[in-house]
Design a protein around this ligand. Structure first.
Ligand code: MG
Ligand code: MG
Length: 270
């Protein structure tokens, strides 16, 4: 799950315990790594389970089961009133899709976004899965989203600025084709809250924004549309879709900034 605007972020800060960009203690970082691992393992289980005929509600139930079986709590359930543990966004849905009776079918491009909390510390990750044979260009679009995420992660280093991450994401997408880069939703700081400062846009100039320091944690999450970048929100008040009806993909990892290479808390395997 991602933040909508800076105003939302500020609101969270006002209601939460902390303001500004936080540097986590080593104990907090340990719990973030645990929350990240559980988030990643649960997404892997969901990617295994997804198949034609399964309902999005069944996938949500599996997500909650897997998270709780590992001793964590679903981060999204009840967050600002969100009714489920899993955001599941199919085809032209970009983010924040609500699980329900919909059945997954062959050819769907399914984004799954998930968070887990361990002792008050968060993990947040998203992956997009192709169900069987998908439409023309969808595999390349997915590869673009994944590559953009890892281009951003490569810049998530002490001494760099938020803009360096944003710019790397944008350039990787532009290099791979004419896609729509979603601008109204961004990545974010993460730690004792799901959404903390700073916001991490998926576009913009390098060399600007907050400096990254060891012990900070951020969620980087490019959203890449096959068509234009314009978005709309459905009547359910949550589901964000592409205005032109084209497919969107979404990838996200939670990252800890270190003195050296970034730690990807939500990555499993590889
Ligand atoms: Mg997320
Ligand atoms: Mg997020």
């Amino acid at each position: 799950m991602k933040t909508k605007t800076k105003a939302v972020l500020r609101g969270l800060g006002a209601s939460g315990r902390r303001e500004g960009i936080t540097v986590k203690s080593s104990r907090e970082l340990d719990r973030m790594r645990e929350a990240g691992r559980i988030t990643g393992e649960t997404l892997a289980a969901l990617s295994e389970a997804i198949a034609p005929g399964v309902t999005t509600r069944e996938l949500d139930a599996l997500a909650e089961r897997e998270i709780r079986a590992r001793g964590a709590v679903p981060a999204f359930k009840g967050y600002r009133g969100f009714p489920a543990s899993l955001c599941i966004s199919v085809n032209d849905e970009i983010v924040h899709g609500i699980p329900g009776r919909r059945r997954i079918k062959e050819g769907d491009v399914v984004g799954m976004d998930l968070g887990a909390v361990v002792d008050g510390l968060y993990g947040d990750s998203a992956v997009t899965v192709a169900v069987g044979e998908v439409g023309c260009g969808a595999r390349e679009q997915m590869e673009t989203g994944r590559a953009a995420l890892f281009a951003g992660i490569a810049q998530a280093r002490a001494g760099n600025r938020v803009g360096d991450v944003s710019n790397a994401v944008e350039q990787e997408i532009l290099r791979r084709g004419p896609y729509g880069i979603v601008r109204g939703y961004t990545g974010h700081g993460i730690g004792t809250q799901l959404h903390e400062e700073p916001s991490i846009p998926n576009f913009g100039p390098g060399g600007r924004g907050a400096a990254l320091r060891p012990g900070m944690a951020i969620a980087i999450e490019p959203m890449v549309n096959f068509g234009g970048d314009d978005t709309a929100v459905l009547d359910d008040g949550w589901t964000v879709v592409t205005s032109d009806g084209t497919v969107s993909v979404h990838y996200e990892h939670t990252i800890i900034i270190t003195e050296g290479d970034p730690i990807i808390t939500t990555r499993v395997g590889e």
